[in-house]
Write a protein that binds this ligand. Sequence first.
Ligand code: B12
Ligand code: SF4
Ligand code: SF4
Length: 409
Amino acid sequence: MTNTTTNNHTINYPELVEKIKCWGKELGFSQLGITDIDLSKHEQALEKWLANNYHGNMDYMARHGLMRARPAELELGTIRAISVRLDYLPTKAKCARILKAKDHAYISRYALGRDYHKLMRKRLQQLGKKITEYFENLACESFNFRPFVDSAPILERPLAEKAGLGWVGKHSLLLNKEAGSWFFLGELLIDIPLPVTSIAPDNTEATVNDCGNCVACIKICPTQAIVEPYIVDARRCISYFTIESPDPIPLELRPLMGNRIYGCDDCQLICPWNKYAKLSLENDFQARHQLDEITLLALFSWDEAYFLATFEGSPIRRIGFQSWQRNIAVALGNAPWDAHIISALEGKLTVASALVAEHIHWAIAQQELKNPKNITNLSNARNDASNNSTVRLNARLIRSVEKGLPRDA
Ligand code: B12
Ligand code: SF4
Ligand code: SF4
């Protein structure tokens, strides 16, 4: 049923799909697909993930229950989803260079520029309007749509996979053979029976999982957050405890963060498919305020007013100044010994909140352990043992990026 007669007008759905694809391109989306909304085969995995408490304190993940896998319950009348991809990797991503520079701040490459939520939602809204106009021009019944970008209630990756945008990799992100994984996802829930773009007529999914025997992302994760293929325990993920959680960062995870102060890209940096990743065409996703090569000390010197003003329109503003300082303090503790670091940490103690102050004390203690004056053979040996595997893992990642992703290194 590709053609439907409404109010005596025949809608040529295959033609409309082609138009939607063109509009998607004009609006700057990197790819667009259309899928039905049956996610029933994901319900059990979602329930198990929540039952294991892998969502930590992201209460919004549990709030909607199985509605997240049932878009029609979320938006009555929904029968299809238009799923879109938008590439975000900035030119000169300098990933290896900054991961190597321990006194610099590594910020996830998706967050160097402007916030993607507004940008994508606006464009999805425009796409919805174009379809509405198409219907209006034919004097047909109304068409309804609702855009989503990173909205908790929807399982975006399984939907995108069904729409033919790629496959869910073992790191749980969506991957594409021609575009790697450095992209955002968004979707428009709609109430018209568009032909789907990826499900074969016999209803076997056309998308192939091309991870094969590879387990590189699972092995490289600094905090072992990918607890089994396709399953991430958010509570262990650097992205969760530097962005989502306002709580103290667990002590055992702090040294594993290294200089990552906002999110983490390691499981994507190690992925061989990212050598095919496309650079973003969006000016908005290019680094602002030199966030791609800024020192930890420079960022730590900011006060709250400067933080709020500088991050106007940036996703980083959402975490608030306390979490921002908390994260930088931990990274300063992980940096090589430097008297300037200790004085900067001490300098902030008088104005820091109790939570930040606790992280500053931790960082000062870490710095003192590395102070050449204090190093005894015993403390040296203890330090080496705990740091060695983190250092080795990081060195392996850097080598792999330099070799495999030279453009982005
Ligand atoms: C909560 C959340 C997080 C949490 C939890 C992550 C997670 N893996 O679930 C945290 C804070 C840790 C996080 C981190 C990141 N996130 Co996030 N996150 C989300 C959010 C809001 C919900 C994800 C979710 O529903 N998780 C719950 C689990 C159960 O769902 P799921 O992983 O989709 O799992 C289903 C399928 O994978 C499926 N499945 C598929 N195949 C298979 C195979 C097997 C064998 C099994 C068992 C299951 C299975 O089973 C599950 C059941 O439904 C989405 C946006 C959205 N609404 O979807 C963005 C989203 C997934 N995040 C995104 C990004 C970019 C990131 C980071 C890269 C950011 C960063 N650089 O720091 C990291 C990556 C970490 C990682 N490896 O996942 C993008 C991913 C884009 C892409 N290419 O896939 C999204 C889609 C946002 C967006 N709109 O673009 N994120
Ligand atoms: S984002 Fe980092 S911490 Fe999270 S799963 Fe990937 S590698 Fe692990
Ligand atoms: S690193 Fe390997 S296992 Fe992980 S997502 Fe990429 S191809 Fe799949």
